[in-house]
Design a protein around this ligand. Structure first.
Ligand code: SF4
Length: 564
C-alpha cells in the first residue's frame, strides 16, 4: 500500500520503538540516542533587550527548559548574544542558547561563534529568487550555490562545536523546491534533505532536523517522509518536533499535542517545543508532560512486529478510511458521543449506540454492522489500535467505527494530553468516525468540548474558526496575546475559516500558509490584512485592525452574524 515505495518510517506502526539516532551535543546537554526528550522554548522579547531576555531565560531554565532559542534577525542581535551569555553566566545560568536565523547567512555565522546551536530555515536561507521553473542543470547549479553559501557556516560551527538545526517550515519553502516538489510534505522533507546532503559531503554531523507546520496532518506526513528518506540514506540525525502557530489556551495545547505526541509514540522526536501564544514559561510544563507520557509508553504491544508486507494503508499520504454508510448514521462528519444536556443536535448519546456491536481490538470482526464501537481500555497503547484498523482494511470491513476510551486520570493536563494523542494517533491515518471519551473526574461538558477540540486539531471536523497564531518572538510587533483574544471573541463563530494572527511581516505571511485571512504586524503600530496570500489593506493603524479585518471578511462574503 505504500505507493511511493518508501521504506517504513518505523519498524512497526503497531508498537513503540524509539528511532535510533546519533547523539548531538548542544552545550553539554546532548540530545538523541537514548537521552531523554529535550524541552526547548523561545524568548519573545527583542534580542537587543539584554536584561529582559536574561530574566526570561532564567525563568525558562527554572521551569525545566533544556535549551532556549532567541530570534536573531540582524547582525546586532547576533553580537548581543555574547552580552546575554555573559549576564547569564554571572547569574550561574548555563542553559545552552540557540540562535534562530532566517534570511542572512552572515548573521548565522556571527551567531554560531556565540551560542551552542543555530537554527536556519533552508526555505529562505539562500534561495530567495522568485522563479518557478528550473531545468535539471539550473536546479543543480542553484543547489551548488546553496552549498557555497552554507559552507562558511559549517566551518564556523565545526570550529566552535556549534550544532545546527535545519528547520523547514511549511509555507516558507524556497521557490526552487516548490518548482520541483510543490508546497507539499515531500517538498518540506526534500528541502531539509538537500541541506543535510551538503553537510554530509562536508563531513559535518552535528545536525538536528525539524519539519514544522500549523496543520497537524502536514507536519505528521512530512516528519514520516523525512525519516523514511533519511533512513534510506543511512542518515540517523535526531529530530526536533513542533506545531507552529498552534495558538493559545486549551486549544493551543491540544493542537500541539495532536502533532507532537503521536510522533513521539511512534518513536520519532528527540527534542520538542510546544509553541503557544502565551508567555514562553507556560510552554515548558506542557512539553514536559508530553515528554513524560512518551517515555512512559511501554514497548509491549500486539503480536505483530515489523511492518507487515500487507500494510493496508499508506502512512505517507492521508486518506480517510472509506466507510459504508459514509460517515455514521447519515452524519458525514465524525461524531462526538456525549450525555451533556446541551450537546449539538448531531452528537450521539451512549443510549443511541446501544444496538451496536462492541468489541475490543483483538476480537473477531462481525460480518455486518451499521457501525462498531471499539472499546479500548485506558492502558491499551493507541498504536495497538492501528493494528485493529489495519485488520478492518485487510478484511474489507467498511463499517464506521466509534472509538471509546474511558480514562481515570485526575490531572487535567495529563488527561487532555493522553486523550488527544490517543485519538490523534488514529486520525493521522484516517481511522475513526466517532469520539467517545469518558472520565468520571471531569464534567460531561468539559469532555464534550475536549472531544470537539481534538477533532478540530486533527483537521477532521471544524466547529469554530481555526486560528493560526504565531507564538511571538523577538520580531513581534504588537501584543499578540491580547489581539488574538480580541479577534477570537469577534470571529470564533466563523467555523469554516482559518484566520492567521502573526507577529511580523518578515515571516508571518509565509508561515500562516493556508489561512483564509490574516492579521500581520508590520511595525510602527501598523498591521496588514490579508485575504489568502495577498495583502489587501496595508499599514492600517493597529487599533483599527480588527474592525478592518471583519470588514474584509464581509467584503468577501465570508461573514455570518453570530447566533444570539
Ligand atoms: S511570525 Fe511570529 S514567531 Fe514567526 S518570526 Fe514573526 S513574530 Fe516571530
Amino acid at each position: 500500500m505504500m505507493e511511493n515505495n518508501l521504506p517504513p518510517y518505523t519498524p512497526s506502526p503497531f508498537r513503540h520503538h524509539r528511532r535510533e539516532t546519533r547523539v548531538v551535543d548542544v552545550g553539554g546537554i546532548p540530545l538523541g540516542g537514548s537521552h531523554p526528550i529535550r524541552i526547548q522554548s523561545m524568548t519573545n522579547i527583542p534580542t537587543l533587550e539584554t536584561e529582559a531576555c536574561v530574566q526570561q531565560i532564567v525563568r525558562l531554565a527554572e521551569a525545566g527548559c533544556d535549551y532556549v532559542r532567541l530570534a536573531t534577525p540582524r547582525a546586532e542581535d547576533a553580537h548581543n548574544l555574547s552580552a546575554i551569555r555573559k549576564r547569564l553566566q554571572a547569574l550561574h545560568c548555563h542553559i545552552p542558547l540557540i540562535a534562530d536565523v532566517h534570511f542572512t547567512p552572515e548573521v548565522a555565522e556571527i551567531a554560531a561563534e556565540r551560542v551552542e546551536k543555530v537554527r536556519i530555515n533552508p526555505g529562505n536561507y539562500t534561495d530567495r529568487k522568485i522563479r518557478w521553473e528550473y531545468s535539471d542543470q539550473e536546479y543543480r547549479e542553484a543547489l551548488e550555490k546553496t552549498a557555497d553559501r552554507l559552507l562558511p557556516l559549517l566551518n564556523v560551527c565545526r570550529r566552535n562545536g556549534t550544532a545546527l538545526r535545519i528547520g523547514t517550515n511549511h509555507g516558507s519553502l524556497s521557490p526552487r523546491i516548490v518548482s520541483r516538489y510543490g508546497d507539499t510534505p515531500l517538498g518540506m522533507a526534500m528541502s531539509a534533505l538537500e541541506f543535510v546532503g551538503i553537510c554530509e559531503d562536508f563531513g559535518f554531523h552535528q545536525i538536528v532536523i525539524s519539519m514544522k507546520a500549523s496543520n497537524v496532518r502536514i507536519m505528521t506526513e512530512s516528519v514520516r517522509l523525512l525519516v523514511a528518506l533519511l533512513d534510506e540514506k543511512g542518515w540517523n540525525y535526531p529530530l526536533h518536533l513542533g506545531v507552529t502557530e498552534a495558538g493559545n489556551g486549551a486549544y493551543g495545547r491540544i493542537k500541539s499535542t495532536a502533532g507532537i505526541l503521536p510522533l513521539l509514540y511512534d518513536g520519532l522526536g528527540d527534542t520538542i517545543r510546544v509553541s503557544l501564544t502565551e508567555a514562553p514559561e507556560k510552554e515548558v510544563p506542557v512539553a514536559r508532560t508530553l515528554a513524560a507520557l512518551a517515555s512512559e509508553l511501554q514497548t509491549s504491544g500486539p503480536e505483530e512486529s515489523g511492518v507487515p508486507d500487507d500494510l493496508a494503508y499508506d502512512p505517507y499520504r492521508f486518506h480517510v478510511r472509506k466507510t459504508v454508510p459514509e460517515g455514521i448514521f447519515g452524519r458525514k462528519q465524525a461524531i462526538v458521543v456525549s450525555d451533556w444536556a446541551q450537546r449539538q443536535a448531531e452528537a450521539c448519546t451512549p443510549a443511541d449506540l446501544q444496538a451496536l456491536p462492541r468489541l475490543h481490538s483483538k476480537d473477531a470482526l462481525p460480518n455486518e454492522a451499521a457501525a462498531l464501537v471499539l472499546e479500548s481500555p485506558e492502558n491499551e497503547q493507541p498504536l495497538a489500535l492501528r493494528a485493529f484498523f489495519n485488520r478492518l482494511l485487510q478484511e474489507g470491513n467498511n463499517a464506521p467505527v466509534i472509538i471509546r476510551r474511558n480514562y481515570r486520570e485526575t490531572e487535567r493536563e495529563r488527561f487532555y494530553a493522553r486523550a488527544t494523542a490517543d485519538f490523534a494517533t488514529l486520525f493521522a491515518d484516517g481511522f475513526g468516525n466517532g469520539v467517545w471519551i469518558s472520565n468520571p473526574h471531569f464534567p460531561e461538558e468539559e469532555i464534550y468540548q475536549l472531544s470537539l477540540h481534538i477533532l478540530q486539531a486533527c483537521g477532521i471536523r471544524f466547529d469554530q474558526a481555526e486560528y493560526i497564531a504565531c507564538p511571538s518572538c523577538g520580531r513581534t510587533q504588537y501584543n499578540i496575546e491580547k489581539v488574538l483574544h480580541d479577534i477570537r471573541l469577534r470571529t470564533k463563530h466563523l467555523r469554516n475559516l482559518k484566520i492567521g494572527v502573526m507577529g511580523c511581516i518578515v515571516n508571518g505571511p509565509g508561515e500562516m500558509a493556508d489561512a483564509d485571512y490574516g492579521f500581520v504586524g508590520c511595525g510602527g503600530g501598523k498591521v496588514s490584512l490579508y485575504k489568502g496570500k495577498q495583502a489587501i489593506y496595508q499599514q492600517v493603524p493597529q487599533e483599527e485592525g480588527i474592525e478592518r479585518l471583519i470588514q474584509l471578511i464581509k467584503e468577501n462574503g465570508d461573514w455570518t452574524e453570530p447566533e444570539a
